[in-house]
Design a protein around this ligand. Sequence first.
Ligand code: ADP
Length: 455
Amino acid sequence: MYIVHIASEFAPFAKVGGLGDALLGLTKAFQKNNHQVQVLLPKYAFLDYEKLGAAPYQPGVLTATYHNVNLFFIETPHCFEESTIYTGDDRDAPRFISFTKYALKFLLSQNKKIDILHLHDWHSAIAAPLIKLKLNNLTPGAVALNIHNLCYQGECEKELVKEFPFETPNLLKEGINYADAVIFVSPNYSKEVLTEEYACGLLQTLKKNEKKLYGVLNGIDHEMWDPEIDPALALNYSNKDSLNKIIHAKQKNKELTQEELQLKKTKAPLVTCITRLVHQKGPELIEKGLLFALEKGAQCVLLGSSPDKDMQGHFENLAEKYKDNTNIHFHFKFNDKLSRLLYAASDFIVMPSQFEPCGITQLIALRYGSIPIVRKTGGLKDTVFDLDDPDIPTDLKNGFLFTGYSSKDFNQAIYRALNAYKDQSTHTLIKQGMDRDYSWKKSALQYQDVYEKIL
Ligand code: ADP
């Protein structure tokens, strides 16, 4: 198949969150299965094109190859001069609408029959109505829209979409209406969105389009995230090693973490949170949970950056309050290298999300032998299985879950986890988490099924 993706992120060089990781993993997996894959991205000013080995392709388009995936960086006049992918304000909608139009213009100029045009989130969703209503010359076999996060919808000025017969100027909503398949990033989330609580105001639209909704779990890229070769680690390890060797390696990584973050040298359990600090991720639960774990004798690290200044300010004040405590550390930048060391060093990774379309953090944590403590929602429910749940087969157990969105429930899960750490019943969870295959191999085949269906 010839598959073209239009997207705003691609890991590792244009990444804000899981969307970037998903693009890399999905496209690499399809390329490996001998499909022809292209990814169209904005020509962001902040990227080092020389380092990417990019070359001019045609006027206004640079091309590069990354892990055999063909990337095209589409110049979009007067847009993407900023130092970040998103501006986070009302400039984003016109930026990404323009980009999508230029991307489609580029595809028209290529004049090749596309099998699947694959859109991602609201940023490129306008391509679906554009193709169905306007661009008669561009006729892909089918249009798929991936929704990585339903809450970001690209609501914009009416003026920007006045050429369309839309009731409301909401780019994601119209993407849902006009795409042939709408793919959510986990089976559980694809069901949750059909309820008032999770539909983010799009319940009627989703119900109307229910027949074309799918849920395919994201994978993680096993080459990108591999504790056996990850250069950020003090000592490498893998699931082929004995449990003793894994625990020893994780201890060495903990020691390096303590050294680098000037934490106390101790064998206490390390509880970590790696996240965007936004409401979705449960910031108030994160704060209370980490302080609870600290009180119970754990060491804690929060690696979190926030687009929301008030939110970041709040956590910076907290960091200031605890600056002399050598058992807790706060780091407010996006830091891939540190995140890798933390995945390896940690005993537990917490994710008390309000909602979670899939969640990649828990999948990386599992691969690095860190035990997830997560809320039973979205993709977390599809991937984390509680040690104390009698209905779960023993060999599937890999973490701790809680249900209610409250500090009380979250702290209880942390409490259970720390107790299990004490009596070493977490040991089997480490190995079972590492053994489970959450690579893109299986997920890519499920995407292929969806493609075949809509074709
Ligand atoms: P989302 O896409 O909603 O942010 P995911 O769990 O799907 O959440 O993906 C988050 C990704 O971003 C993971 O790869 C995680 O390691 C990474 N990440 C989040 N915050 C940071 C940070 N401050 N520094 C480095 N990596 C981060």
